[in-house]
Design a protein around this ligand. Structure first.
Ligand SMILES: *[C@@H]1O[C@H](CO)[C@@H](O)[C@H](O)[C@H]1NC(C)=O
Ligand SMILES: *[C@@H]1O[C@H](CO)[C@@H](O)[C@H](O)[C@H]1NC(C)=O
Ligand SMILES: *[C@@H]1O[C@H](CO)[C@@H](O)[C@H](O)[C@H]1NC(C)=O
Ligand SMILES: *[C@@H]1O[C@H](CO)[C@@H](O)[C@H](O)[C@H]1NC(C)=O
Ligand SMILES: *[C@@H]1O[C@H](CO)[C@@H](O)[C@H](O)[C@H]1NC(C)=O
Ligand SMILES: *[C@@H]1O[C@H](CO)[C@@H](O)[C@H](O)[C@H]1NC(C)=O
Length: 502
């Protein structure tokens, strides 16, 4: 739904326990009435950047979009250095045009800047891997340090010899292992240098990145703690890259997979749909590797000519987006010597990934209705379906709407059904698909409203709760009963934005 953040969804696997004994104690527990019903807090939790993606530096490359101009958010000066954003005539890359100038304010000595991450940084005695790009003339060393943002105490620091040049951008990679664990998460990462080694009084920096160890040690990977929680659910499917995030705010800022692959310096970022600029750091390759590392079956959403503002791609302009989708599929599962498969090989994965399910768009019945939905049924889905199945007859193409949304899905298409309901509505799911013949994915299903309250701007349950779990269980039994036609069921609260605790 519109209010859902979409990193990804993971299916709830259904282990067939023969019997389960539940003992409920009559005292000593916490009353369910303690549960709070929250409002949407889309501004307080991040899903990819600042969430699953393990990057510690917030606003690492000063990326911008029409809705989020470049800022110095997250960055602070040390020892009086003057920080400013600049668009140099020689940018780091076409994708990253804005950089940070750090100037001596006249006084001699050590100067620098620091970043306090996504509301702090977890600093432990483990190996951090980082890199920053510099342009300008500096002879000397940089200190890259993890320190307390409150007391300034340094937990770990490494000297990085300057290779900087006034004519070009030079990357400075480093590794850093703190000698102590920080007592809390109010920490920051700093870079300092000696003004005596400067030729022109300032240096330019960009793409300042720092990673802790990642899940399965993937470079540019995801957080170990969150990934392990996800893994403990024993998921089997992975729907990427999500729903609304795929659609984007407009048709000039959707999740364009081609901007999400390759070196980080070539990823421009875009206006995210959940109130913050997206870096494109957690890109297609990262999702594919995560699915491989967790043994997940992929369901890949392709952009289908509709953005959340209702902008619809006219029929005679749709072909380039169909071509993009075909390229994307080739990138994922094409041979290592195919055009796009060879790029995947170049980025470290010659073996094709397995891909059997492709979904066309997301909830096309919702944004821009009725035109969005009418165009989906009349030409957008049929054109994608035909083109994908002509090239890949074995791929199951999934419509982003269901027959229950009033779509007579053309063969051999499948449907996708989403439900965010009350416990009672989830129970009603039990026999919903008994007479539906076309196969469906249950792409997003969860009890999120208490019985009696269904407003999206209030009445959302912040945490899973007993009533919701019982309703969800009834719905899952119903989907399972129809497993000859239900491809799978995915649990979206793993991606939901409104939990204050996240
Ligand atoms: C009840 O909730 C409180 C506050 O979250 C917690 O400290 C306590 O351990 C809980 N009690 C039980 C029995 O779960
Ligand atoms: C850099 O360029 C962008 C895009 O043209 C513009 O919005 C921004 O204001 C510029 N920033 C600076 C510091 O000049
Ligand atoms: C520590 O950081 C949190 C935000 O992450 C902030 O609310 C809190 O005030 C900070 N504490 C101090 C002592 O700065
Ligand atoms: C870090 O310090 C800066 C400057 O005092 C402050 O604005 C910021 O809130 C702090 N961040 C955290 C996470 O403590
Ligand atoms: C780097 O850190 C060392 C040790 O604290 C200090 O002596 C030196 O002045 C620092 N240099 C810079 C450029 O920050
Ligand atoms: C983009 O959306 C606008 C409406 O916002 C529409 O007029 C235009 O045709 C769309 N273009 C493409 C290529 O989708």
């Amino acid at each position: 739904m519109v209010s859902l953040r979409s990193v990804a969804s993971a299916i709830v696997a259904l282990p067939f326990a023969a019997a389960v004994t539940i003992t409920v104690s009559s005292d000593g527990g916490n009353a369910t009435s303690r549960h709070q019903y929250g409002f949407l807090h889309e501004d307080i939790s991040n899903s990819g950047d600042g969430g699953l993606y393990a990057e510690l530096i917030r606003n690492r490359a000063f990326q911008s979009s029409y809705s989020f101009p470049s800022t110095l958010e997250g960055w602070y000066s040390l020892n009086g250095a003057a920080l400013s954003l600049q668009n140099l005539s020689t940018p780091l890359s076409d994708a990253l045009k804005t950089s940070l100038n750090v100037a001596s304010s006249g006084s001699d000595g050590i100067l620098g800047f620091y970043n306090d991450g996504y509301w702090g940084m977890d600093v432990k005695q483990k190996k951090y891997t980082g890199s920053f790009w510099v342009k300008g003339s500096y002879q000397g060393i940089f200190n890259a340090s993890l320190m307390s943002n409150i007391t300034g105490e340094v937990f770990g620091s490494v000297e990085v010899e300057s290779k900087s040049s006034p004519d070009e951008w030079v990357e400075h990679p480093f590794e850093l292992t703190p000698s102590a664990n920080a007592p809390n998460s109010n920490n920051s990462f700093s870079i300092t240098f000696d003004s005596a080694g400067l030729e022109d009084g300032s240096l330019d920096f960009n793409l300042i990145s720092l990673f802790p160890p990642t899940y399965k040690d993937r470079p540019n990977g995801v957080r170990v703690d969150l990934a392990e929680v996800l893994e403990a659910f024993h998921p089997t499917y992975f729907r990427i890259p999500g729903g609304n995030m795929l659609e984007g705010l407009t048709n000039s800022s959707y999740w364009d997979w081609k901007n999400s692959i390759g070196p980080l310096k070539d990823r421009p970022g875009y206006a995210g749909v959940w109130n913050y600029q997206q870096s494109n750091g957690l890109g297609l390759m990262e999702y594919l590797e995560l699915s491989e590392d967790m043994g997940l079956e992929l369901i890949v959403g392709v952009w289908a000519g509709l953005a959340l503002n209702g902008g619809v791609t006219p029929q005679d302009e749709l072909q380039p987006f169909i071509d993009d989708a075909l390229d994307q599929i080739e990138f994922i599962r094409g041979a290592a010597d195919s055009t796009w498969g060879s790029l995947r090989a170049k980025y470290g994965h010659p073996e094709p990934f397995t891909l059997k399910y492709v979904e066309v768009g997301n909830e096309d019945w919702l944004a821009g209705a009725p035109e969005g939905w009418e165009t989906y049924k009349s030409y957008r889905f049929p054109m994608f379906l035909e083109a994908i199945n002509a090239a890949y007859p074995d791929i199951q193409v999934i419509s982003s709407g269901s027959v229950l949304d009033g779509y007579d899905i053309p063969a051999p298409g499948n449907g996708d059904y989403h439900i965010y309901g009350t416990p009672d509505q989830m129970v009603d799911q039990f026999d919903l698909f008994d007479n539906v013949e076309i196969p469906h994915l249950i792409g997003e299903a969860a009890a999120v409203h208490p019985n009696g309250g269904t407003a999206w701007d209030g009445g959302l349950v912040e945490y899973p709760w007993w009533g919701g779990a019982v309703g969800e269980a009834a719905s899952l039994i119903g989907y399972e009963r129809n497993s000859d036609r239900i491809l799978g069921a995915l649990y979206p609260p793993l991606q939901r934005p409104w939990s204050k605790a996240s």
